[in-house]
Design a protein around this ligand. Structure first.
Ligand SMILES: CC[C@H](C(=O)O)C(=O)SCCNC(=O)CCNC(=O)[C@H](O)C(C)(C)COP(=O)(O)OP(=O)(O)OC[C@H]1O[C@@H](n2cnc3c(N)ncnc32)[C@H](O)[C@@H]1OP(=O)(O)O
Length: 523
């Protein structure tokens, strides 16, 4: 008779490994031979044959014995359990039961430890979430703190320190001259103050010449060049300001004076929003010079006399901005101005009547949206001037229409019109001639007013019959949205791209081909 395999028991009794299923020993050959199976097969049903084949021990019983077994459960169980195969199976079953009990006890004994571990993991996770939120808050505070120490802010503070020292020494001199101050006191303090003035002034000169920090000197130099003006009406419509290029005799070409005035307006609009020390969008306590009602959320940019802008004023360029150095200064100022314009928390729409050429086309790309008339023409003519865009319009055009379309538009100087502008994704609204500013206002009203009409009737929102008591959108929320979007255009990579465009422009402007082109255009 085959013995059950030797159990590989552990010192704690049978392990679950010892329960690999083992086949029970084969039927006992002595109890069963071929003749019996033939007899059985002729007298029994197939089911009965199976029983006899599985348990041939039954064959050793007489009919009376079998009747006894069937009538007496105790005898039946004892006979059944005396069968080798059954004994073996019962033994395996008992071993497995013992093993299961042991495993169950082992598992239960670890339940407390498991619950403690689970609780510890939960506590760690909560602590991690808390730490993460603290880190986010600290990062926001750090960002706002760093913003206060940006190069341009430090330069401005340094300059105001120079001015304060200068004013203080002036006051001291007049006090001395009026006899209010003793000579030795005056000499002692005046010398100290002038020393601080000169130290601060020297630092301003060092910082000013550091690349990438645009100081006012370029703006002030260009301010002296040419005519025209740039005006801003902060109350053009509720929550919407109107910025207008005014140089109609030259199709609103941008002179140096106008570039400086455009930059001034951007300066004034920049502090329309401030973050409080907790990094919250806090503009309730700021009285902005241009937005006294503190409700501006949109700005329309347009040109006077039904034309937009024919780019750089070539009369000014011919006389003052033909050298590479001056071309770079002009490019730096306009890139800086249009970059900061794009960062304003205001939704901007270019209302383009007539022509937008060269730098005028670049100005159009600096707006978030574009409304053009059925007859407008927007042309990047820079390549005809033997240069590339110098006001940041190349990068912005690529972002709006994609690289391939941008290459076609800038390489061929083909006009963007009402016909192809929508398809290019460059134009958002097409207006009848002379109606661009009105349609731009209607477009922006959807951001100014809470358009229940859109909610109710699926209107297109271009509803000019907005009445003043209509519910208005949260100014801070809409400004917050624009801050979010413009953040995507404020990365180091984005700024480096603009710098690259500026450098490429600077390598072309003022070269013979470019000078000839400018002089040819302006006889
Ligand atoms: C980064 C700089 C950027 C670049 O490099 O590309 C530039 O922006 S460079 C300038 C690119 N702009 C141009 O080349 C536009 C040149 N002007 C024209 O194509 C036409 O003047 C046009 C289409 C704007 C209007 O044509 P139209 O026939 O209707 O009128 P006129 O040409 O007779 O012009 C009327 C009057 O305006 C003067 N004008 C027009 N554009 C400029 C300009 N950009 N700078 C200076 N002056 C301009 C034009 O000289 C006429 O004045 P007048 O005294 O009667 O000669």
């Amino acid at each position: 008779m085959s013995q059950p395999q030797e159990e590989n028991k552990s010192e704690n009794g049978p392990t679950t490994q010892s329960y690999e299923f083992r086949q029970p020993p084969p039927p006992n050959p002595q109890l069963y031979d071929r003749q019996i199976s033939t007899v059985l097969a002729t007298t029994l049903t197939p089911e009965q044959v199976v029983i006899y084949e599985e348990f041939p021990e039954i064959l050793t019983k007489s009919k009376e014995d079998l009747e006894d077994l069937l009538s007496n459960d105790v005898c039946f169980d004892s006979f059944f359990e005396s069968i080798e195969r059954i004994r073996h199976t019962l033994a395996v079953r008992d071993e497995m039961r013992v093993g299961n009990e042991t495993s169950a006890k082992e598992t239960l004994s670890q339940e407390n430890e498991l619950n403690q571990l689970r609780q510890h993991v939960q506590e760690q996770e909560n602590a991690l979430i808390k730490l993460n939120s603290t880190i986010q808050e600290k990062l926001k505070l750090q960002q706002n703190a760093l913003q206060r120490f940006s190069p341009s802010v430090l330069l401005t503070k340094l300059k105001s320190g120079v001015q304060q020292s200068d004013e203080l020494s002036e006051q001291m001199a007049s006090s001395f001259l009026s006899g209010e101050l003793e000579t030795d006191q005056f000499i002692k303090h005046f010398r100290e103050i002038r020393k601080v003035f000169h130290l601060r002034n020297a630092k301003v000169e060092i910082v000013k010449n550091k690349p990438g920090i645009l100081d006012d000197s370029i703006r002030e130099e260009l301010r002296k060049l040419g005519h025209g003006s740039v005006t801003f009406d902060p109350k053009y419509s509720r929550g919407i300001g109107l910025l207008t290029l005014q140089n109609p005799e030259r199709h609103n070409a941008l002179s140096g004076k106008m570039m400086a005035e455009l930059s001034d307006i951007v300066d004034k609009l920049e502090n329309i929003v401030k973050f409080d020390t907790n990094g919250n969008l806090n503009n309730v306590n700021i009285v902005n010079e241009l937005d006294k009602e503190n409700n501006l959320i949109g700005i329309i940019v347009t040109g006077s006399r039904n034309t937009f802008c024919s780019g750089l004023d070539l009369s000014v360029a011919k006389d003052h901005i033909l050298t590479p150095e001056n071309g770079k200064k002009m490019s730096l100022l306009m890139q800086d101005t249009l970059f900061r314009f794009g960062q304003l928390p205001l939704i901007s729409v270019a209302a383009v009547e007539g022509h937008a050429l060269g730098g005028g086309a670049e100005l159009v790309t600096a707006c978030d949206f574009r409304c053009i008339s059925e007859t407008s023409k927007i042309r990047f003519v820079q390549v005809k001037m033997s240069v590339i865009p110098g006001w940041g319009g190349g990068k912005r055009l690529i972002d709006i229409v994609g690289g391939v379309n941008a290459l076609k538009i800038m390489g061929t100087s083909d006009p963007i019109t009402a016909q192809n502008g929508l398809e290019l994704g460059f134009v958002d609204v097409i207006a009848p001639h002379g109606e661009c500013v009105n349609r731009a206002r209607e477009f922006l009203n959807r951001y100014v007013y809470f358009s229940e009409r859109d909610e109710r009737k699926g209107g297109n929102g271009n509803d000019d019959n907005i009445n003043e008591n209509k519910k208005i959108n949260s100014v801070k929320a809409v400004r917050g949205l624009k801050l979010l979007i413009s953040r995507t255009k404020n990365s180091e990579e984005y700024k480096n791209f603009l710098l690259y465009e500026h450098e490429l422009f600077g390598s072309l402007w003022g070269q013979k081909e470019n000078v000839d082109a400018v002089l040819k255009t302006r006889k």
